[in-house]
Design a protein around this ligand. Structure first.
Ligand code: MG
Length: 389
């Protein structure tokens, strides 16, 4: 029996994880849950799993949840950063599934690693912001970090049984998002509603916007660099609108190995939870004859500047990727709030990253300082743009 603590249990990845756990009750149980503000779903999950501790976003939500559950529930209800830390390090957990969105997921994930917990990592920001530090910490604490992102889960599967020295290239596939076929000059007219329509994957708002600008793929390229210990110039992006080939590895002999499946996050989640074994009947089997056609295209770095910016930040290294991510988080929030236009997103990121002097972070505190600086610069640019509009 593997005991799992879920960080981000009411989000898209958290909900799929709960499904995988419920389908395999003899293999997995849930000992702790952390979420944000969705108390209704949190209550359902608590009644299903009866975890010892749970955490929500703040004191106010913790109080509301206590009222909903009744004083005598016997469940410890915590809140905020300290609450997330308690969930991430809870003594019963064998594994922590880290699926809090954005930079907020970094600290609890680091806590889990330092507590010696294996981590199933959906929070790509952990690797983007602090890749080297996180990889080193995992090594020194004897912790396995397993990828949950579908592309990284695919690459992980393509690497099983092979020697790292034989790898020539890692190829991350990307759906291309809703604007793959839209001419560049029409991108200025894109609305929030348009950007929230992802063709293949059902995800939260932040990552859906990131898919539309291709920043999601940029962050994933950086994530792959740390997960698989390969140089950035050996990671390629390939547009594949059907999202059936989840990524591939090219070996030195010219042979490529790809992982395929229907686009359903339960696939990579289940593999991360059960590795090295495979569970039964996790996702619908693939019918290639029904799908018929799989297409592949080169990415357009000019139209999707964010992808280029991510490669450049990765090549600069140090704090540059953390600042790229911070600027993007502020910009996406401003776009969702209706403060800026779609094409302002990469412009803000570019201005912040160009103005940042990257240096090697020695501690997580250094990373968080770079994150704060990136956010501050991005907010100033957003304010300037709001005044101009
Ligand atoms: Mg992905």
């Amino acid at each position: 029996m593997k005991n799992i603590a879920i960080l981000g249990s009411t989000g898209s990845i958290g909900v799929s994880t709960v499904e995988v756990v419920l389908q395999n009750p003899s293999r997995f149980s849930v000992c702790a849950l952390a979420a944000g503000r969705n108390l209704k779903l949190m209550k359902e999950q608590i009644e299903t799993f009866r975890p010892r501790i749970v955490s929500v976003i703040d004191h106010d939500h913790a109080r509301q949840l206590r009222d909903m559950l009744g004083q005598s529930s016997g469940i410890e209800i915590l809140w905020g950063g300290e609450g997330y830390r308690e969930v991430a390090t809870c003594r019963e957990a064998d594994m922590v599934l880290s699926a809090i969105v954005g930079a907020a997921g970094l600290l609890p994930t680091v806590d889990a690693i330092e507590a010696g917990k294996d981590v199933a990592l959906a929070n790509k920001e952990t690797m983007v912001m602090a890749g080297r530090l996180v990889v080193d910490k995992a090594k020194s604490h004897g912790v396995n970090i397993l990828p949950v992102d579908s592309e990284h889960g695919a690459i992980f599967q393509c690497l099983v049984g092979h020697n790292k020295a034989d790898v020539r290239k890692i190829i991350l596939t990307a759906s291309g998002g809703p604007f793959f076929r839209l001419p560049k000059e029409k991108m200025h007219d894109v609305t929030l509603e348009d950007a929230l329509k992802h063709p293949n994957w059902d995800m939260g708002a932040k990552i859906t916007i990131d898919s539309a600008t291709m920043m999601n793929k940029g962050l994933e390229v950086i994530e792959a660099m740390w997960f698989f210990d390969v140089d950035i110039d050996r990671i390629d992006v390939l547009i594949h609108p059907q999202s059936i080939v989840h990524s591939m590895v090219e070996y030195n002999d010219g042979s490529s190995i790809a992982q395929l499946g229907v686009p359903d996050m339960k696939g990579p989640i289940a593999y991360a939870l059960s590795y090295p074994e495979r569970l039964h009947d996790v996702i619908a089997p693939l019918s290639l004859s029904t799908i018929g056609t799989l297409e592949f295209f080169s990415p357009d770095f000019d139209k999707f500047k964010n992808l280029d910016l991510a490669y450049r930040a990765a090549a600069r290294g140090g704090t540059a990727p953390a600042v790229l991510n911070a600027a993007n988080e502020v910009a996406v929030e401003a776009f969702i709030n209706g403060d800026i236009g779609f094409m302002d997103l990469p412009d803000i990121v570019e201005e912040v990253v160009t103005g940042h002097e990257a240096k090697e972070p020695h501690t997580i505190a250094d990373v968080l300082e770079a994150d704060r600086n990136g956010r501050k610069m991005a907010r100033e640019i957003v304010e300037r743009l709001v005044l101009q509009h």
